[in-house]
Design a protein around this ligand. Structure first.
Ligand code: NAD
Length: 365
């Protein structure tokens, strides 16, 4: 999901390159171009102190090259924190390919991109993101081993969405314990916005525990199918954000906690899979804190997907993937307690834990 894309004017600051707004001590940024295939890509390596930078490749028809640069810088930084707070020995990276995947994506272009990834010698591992399919990662694998998320038949870890949903479920239970004193979801009214790959599995897990789940989506067919399958209600009002409930689980779009919605929210807990749920973490984090809404940081609780691809690098089996994902429960509780004890936002507490881990490793090096 492309959110918070800054305008070219906002990006053009006095310092021509390193002064760009989204630069945050990124180690390396690689611009890749190939005339024959039409490839134009940027690989952002934010930080490799904990391990090789891992993050997906997003293919999107950016309006300007500045937008693409901003996206890769912002997303790669996010990956550093996601991996660090989850306890993985991975750094943060991301890649963007400019252009409409439906129009210009070809196996030749993907191979050329893979060759550029290969030139980094394992400093950056790529994976699937918006605009990419598992088959594209298989194509990249033909030219470099530095790719994850390949098909199970080719030795990959398979679909990450069920693991992501399980991590979100763990984070949701931890946030519920923090807010209500126990982590039972039974009887809790949960609004699940977006019932795609992750959302549907979250509906399964929560409804099986006895939660009173209400689903919302723009896809009517999916609504009917998921409602029937799990016996859950469909939201039929016109303002989901104003709905009285215990938990709001954003599993569709980013930036749904924004100036427009924040005062309407009546839930006690926000815990979902979508990336970048807070439109502006510096504004909406403190506002949620003031409203005493417990926010489980998105990049922490949706880390099941990265745990799943990390397994490919480490050679983990299913049990280790599940154990690491279950640990999201403990990490979420730690972060919520730390935020409360130090009167900071939960997002800031999560970033603090990630930064502490990176600093400790740096000292040992
Ligand atoms: P998906 O595309 O399978 O599902 C998204 C669902 O949201 C679709 O059913 C779509 O119809 C619905 N939707 C779109 N706009 C909506 C709107 N305005 N209101 C309600 N519903 C709307 O995506 P997914 O793989 O389930 O991922 C969901 C979110 O979690 C995304 O933000 C994604 O970036 C994030 N995420 C996913 C993974 C993963 O492993 N798949 C990992 C980390 C983060």
């Amino acid at each position: 999901m492309i959110t918070e894309v800054l305008t070219a004017n906002q990006l053009k600051k006095e310092a021509p390159v390193f002064g760009q707004l989204s630069f945050d001590n990124h180690e390396q940024v690689v611009f890749c171009q190939d005339k024959d295939t039409g490839l134009k890509a940027i690989i952002g390596v934010h930080n490799t102190i904990l391990g090789p930078a891992l993050g997906g490749t997003r293919m999107y028809d950016y309006k300007t090259e500045w937008d693409a640069l901003n996206d890769v810088l912002r997303l790669s930084r996010g990956m550093t924190y996601k991996a660090a707070v989850t306890g993985l020995n991975l750094g943060g990276g991301k890649a963007v390919i400019m252009g409409d995947p439906k129009k210009i994506k070809t196996p030749e272009l993907m191979k050329r991109f893979g060759e550029f990834v290969h030139t980094l010698g394992g400093k950056y591992y790529t994976a699937e993101d918006v605009g990419m399919e598992t088959s594209d990662m298989d194509t990249v694998r033909e030219v470099t081993p530095y790719v994850t998320g390949i098909s199970e038949s080719k030795g990959g870890a398979g679909n990450p969405s069920p693991v992501t949903a399980y991590g979100v479920y763990m984070g949701m239970k931890a946030a519920t314990k923090f807010a209500y004193g126990n982590d039972a979801l039974s009887g809790k009214r949960i609004l699940v916005q977006g019932i795609g790959h992750v959302g549907e599995e979250l509906v399964r897990l929560t409804s099986e525990e006895g939660a009173n789940v209400v689903i919302s989506d723009i896809n009517e067919e999916r609504l009917a199918e998921v409602s029937k399958k799990y016996g859950v209600d469909i939201y039929r009002g016109n303002d989901l954000y104003s709905e009285t409930a215990d938990i709001y689980a954003p599993c569709a779009l980013g930036a749904t906690v924004n100036n427009d919605t924040i005062n309407r929210l009546k839930v006690k807990v926000i815990a979902g899979a979508a990336n970048n749920q807070l439109a502006d973490e510096n504004i909406h984090g403190p506002l949620l804190q003031k409203k005493e809404i417990v926010y489980a940081p998105d990049f922490l609780i949706n880390a099941g997907g990265i745990i799943n691809v990390y397994a490919e690098i480490e050679g983990y089996g299913r049990e280790q993937i599940i154990a690491k994902t279950e640990n999201i429960y403990n990490t979420t509780l730690d972060i919520l307690n730390r935020a409360k004890a130090t009167s900071i936002t939960t997002n800031a507490a999560a970033i603090g834990i990630a930064e502490d881990r990176i600093a400790a490793r740096k000292k040992q090096q």
